[in-house]
Design a protein around this ligand. Structure first.
Ligand SMILES: [Zn+2]
Length: 816
């Protein structure tokens, strides 16, 4: 039958061709009465693409961690689809002011949060209507639809729901079908929040999507979400704070779109709100990132999420069904396309203007530092299609990041130079600027992310332009030239070095490292430098081949030496040279921990360090024989006080005393600080005893006093502590809250010294600043034959704080 279809298309009169199957007809159940699994969604989109080859193009732009396809549907009128490439080219030419585009480009993204499960269902009805009853919108509009940004998360939820639901579904909020549990579907496979990842691109879904996104840079982008069950619908305009780069037009068009939605919602008697809660600042969202790329980026929020199932009683006694939720997202989706199609001229004119006007205070950013860190940053810039060059030998004046004030920096051919005078100039400003202007301190997310701090680079922001040369990564050759050397030496400064070490350990290669600086063959080596000795690895087949390959793969320079007798410092046979062998590492998962914080560790091991990790769930933790593991990691979380009962605490303490290494992060430290035997203690909060007589309405402002909404602080580092090997004497930390601990009695690797409680970037309230003054950031404590490592701040936060990752690697490998 399928083969006959093209012939039928030519022979049948057109009115008979309009029999496109709706989602309900195709799926065999009425849309909204079941959750549709991802493969069925894929089937429907493929069906539409086959049935409408002249008006729809479907592409697979990648695969998820669990091998599910990532899809993009491009739909428009037949005439537009025949000229799709020309339309795209004309649109992009508009950026340079050369094009004369006449079409609107709208991109609709669904289900970035997997358990906000209405989105993908609504997408099917939306694309169907755009191809049928609303096809006039497509005459001058290209609509690009991503039916599911996060298929792994969505199927985690949908499969779970289908297994646990009552038949018929039960609207009682107490029923199991409304309680998804810890391993929820919001995030992706690695428990990352993909709606915090647009700028950092740590996840495969984001990386693959952005390549396609950059090919279009749409006028309008919508990210469809869900919020709590009791919330009315939220749509644009967004709340303050708005980033200062957002143009008047971008603000104004949000209102235009919002008013059109309101018209439909009013007609139907549906509730909604605007201008609250969802701000436009943090650059890694599905609304801000498109905005900083010239589009109108918006978040739409339906009430529901993983709580709502097919139907649920709300707190005021109404029943919210999946069908209601679909109707709302479907309405705003169509309304968005409608507004865009009525404003094509305006959108094109303003898009051109956005790229035209770049009058930023700082025109150039110059970055110096460790070559690996510069390369990691250059890789990120490549993904964003941000251009950069290298410098020439000259001095520049400007804002110096390391001192948080004006100063001088010398650029060279090793420097990375990034200008705002380029297509992605606005994004450059947002990502690099030392301090983000805040129109309001009440925000939904972190207020600081400046890349020079995150990447640990010495940087200068200057007002003028800086001469640039083409950037060239080093053309050094790697590998082993003298395979029979006594030993090979290499430095320890970056995450790349940690990956190199992990690779050797994965091959059972024995590696030593120096606990004291030394000099060999006239070269100085710092603490942490790796020493790979042939005699240690006689038993390894193909030892020099493995070493040669690892050196090339990680561009790691290995210096051969013919003797273990050093010129200064400790010889390689000394007890100050530690031996590293394969490590067995475990991480706790489940209720005590936060899914996101657990996921960051999981992803760090499997996708960054490439080293195996065992996940121990709290539900059977009590039965696990810990002596099988060298390291146990307790991720940040909120429920450690109940998890760490006497029995569990004793078990952990015994294991540490016998040589185990415990890494406690965030909330896990809070749990341990309440237990005997751990010297970490919470800083006492000085209660403010003044009676406050502000208006009731000011309560939110009052709360802000004790808030730190993700701000950057300069800290002191003791680089003789193994936890801080490879670092200098200062480190910029990202603080996410005011929970604070006193200094340890020794072992303070990183800490806020006197007067360091003022953020260099981002917001910290007055009470919070008092609270964190002179407190610990990262520290180590000996316990029997083992160690406890405390990480108060999170060096793995969202996988983007590059310069913190070596601390985590040090905790694994260097603290012994
Ligand atoms: Zn969401």
């Amino acid at each position: 039958m399928k083969r006959l279809l093209p012939i039928l298309l030519f022979t049948l009169p057109t009115f008979l061709l309009a029999q496109l199957k709706s989602p309900s007809e195709f799926l065999g159940y009425e849309l909204g009465t079941q959750f549709t699994r991802h493969h069925q969604v894929v089937d429907y989109y493929q069906y539409l693409a086959q049935a409408e080859p002249n008006r729809m193009k479907l592409m697979e732009y990648g695969k998820t961690n669990e091998r599910r396809p990532l899809l993009l549907a491009h739909i428009s009128s037949e005439a537009n689809m025949n000229n799709l490439e020309e339309i795209r080219a004309e649109h992009l030419k508009n950026i340079d002011g050369n094009g004369s585009p006449s079409k609107a480009i709208v991109w609709l993204s669904y289900n970035v949060h997997g358990n906000e499960s209405v989105s993908t269902e609504a997408s099917m009805q939306t694309i169907y209507d755009l191809l049928t009853s609303k096809k006039e919108y497509l005459e001058n509009t290209i609509v690009i639809m991503d039916p599911c940004i996060n298929p792994d998360g969505r199927d985690r939820y949908v499969n779970w729901y289908n297994q646990y639901k009552n038949t018929p579904y039960n609207v009682d909020p107490n029923s199991k079908e409304h309680h998804e549990g810890w391993w929820s579907g919001r995030s992706n496979h690695y428990m990352f929040d993909l709606n915090r990842d647009w700028a950092w691109l740590t996840q495969v879904e984001s990386q693959q999507r952005l390549k396609e996104y950059n090919k279009w840079l749409p006028h309008v982008h919508v990210d469809f979400h869900e919020q709590g069950v009791d919330n009315p619908y939220y749509f644009a305009p967004a709340a303050e704070p708005f980033h200062e780069v957002i143009t008047d037009f971008q603000r104004e068009f949000q209102v235009t779109i919002g008013k059109n939605h309101a018209k439909y919602f009013d007609e139907n008697g549906w509730f909604y709100f605007t201008k609250e809660r969802f701000d436009l600042l943090y650059p890694s969202y599905g609304d801000t990132y498109p905005t900083y790329n010239g589009g109108i980026g918006m978040t739409y929020e339906q009430g529901g999420s993983g709580r709502a199932g097919l139907g649920i009683i709300t707190s005021i006694g109404d029943t919210l069904t999946l069908k209601d939720r679909i109707a709302h997202h479907h309405t705003t989706g169509l309304s968005t396309v409608e507004v865009a199609s009525k404003n094509t001229d305006r959108l094109n004119k303003e898009f051109k203007k956005f790229y035209n006007q770049k009058n930023f205070k700082h025109q150039t950013y110059i970055l110096n530092g460790n070559a690996d860190k510069l390369e990691t940053l250059a890789n990120l810039l490549d993904k964003h299609e941000i251009e950069y060059g290298s410098g020439t030998n000259s001095n520049f004046k400007g804002f110096k990041y390391s001192d948080s004030k004006s100063g001088t920096l010398r650029s060279s051919n090793q420097s990375l130079v990034v200008s705002t005078d380029q297509k992605k100039g606005t994004l450059v400003k947002v990502l690099f600027e030392p301090n983000t202007e805040l129109s309001d301190s009440v925000t939904y997310d972190i207020t600081a992310w400046s890349l020079p701090y995150a990447y640990g680079l010495d940087a200068l922001a200057t007002d003028g332009t800086v001469q640039q040369n083409e950037y060239q990564s080093t053309n050094e050759t790697y590998g082993i030239t003298s395979p029979d050397s006594y030993a090979y030496l290499t430095d320890w400064n970056s995450m790349k070095d940690a990956k190199f070490l992990a690779e050797l350990l994965n091959h059972n290669i024995r590696v030593r490292y120096a606990q004291k600086p030394f000099t060999a063959d006239g070269i100085n080596y710092d603490r942490g430098s790796l020493i790979i000795i042939g005699a240690d690895n006689k038993h390894i087949d193909g030892f020099s081949m493995i070493l040669d390959e690892a050196s090339k793969r990680f561009s790691k320079h290995l210096t051969p030496t013919s003797t273990g007798f050093v010129e200064s410092g400790k010889d390689f046979g000394s007890s100050s040279v530690e031996v590293l062998q394969e490590l067995k590492i475990a991480v706790l998962s489940g209720e005590p921990t936060s899914t996101l914080r657990f996921g960051e560790i999981w992803h760090f091991f499997e996708q960054q360090l490439n080293y195996p990790i065992t996940v121990l769930d709290e539900s059977y933790f009590g039965r696990v024989n810990l002596s099988k593991y060298d390291i146990l990691i307790l991720p940040d979380g909120w429920r450690y006080r109940s998890f760490l009962n006497e029995k569990v605490t004793e078990k952990i303490k015994d294991w540490v005393s016998q040589g185990g290494k415990l890494i406690a992060m965030g909330g896990a430290i809070d749990g341990l600080s309440k237990q005997k035997g751990f010297s970490i203690k919470e800083k006492e909060q000085k209660k403010d005893s003044t009676v406050r007589l502000e208006a009731f309405d000011a309560s939110e402002r009052e709360y802000i006093k004790s808030a730190i909404t993700g701000a950057i602080f300069k800290t002191k580092v003791d680089s003789t502590n193994p936890l801080a090997y490879g670092y200098g004497d200062s480190y910029f930390t990202l603080k996410l809250g005011d929970r604070s601990y006193n200094y340890l009695d020794g072992g303070n690797a990183v800490y806020l010294a006197e007067d360091q409680n003022i953020p260099v970037s981002g917001f910290a309230g007055s009470e919070a600043k008092k609270m964190i003054a002179e407190t610990l950031i990262f520290g180590t404590e000996r316990m029997g034959r083992g160690h406890v490592i405390y990480m108060v701040d999170n060096p793995l936060f969202r996988g983007f704080w590059e310069n913190g990752k070596l601390f985590f690697a040090n905790a694994l490998f260097m603290v012994n």
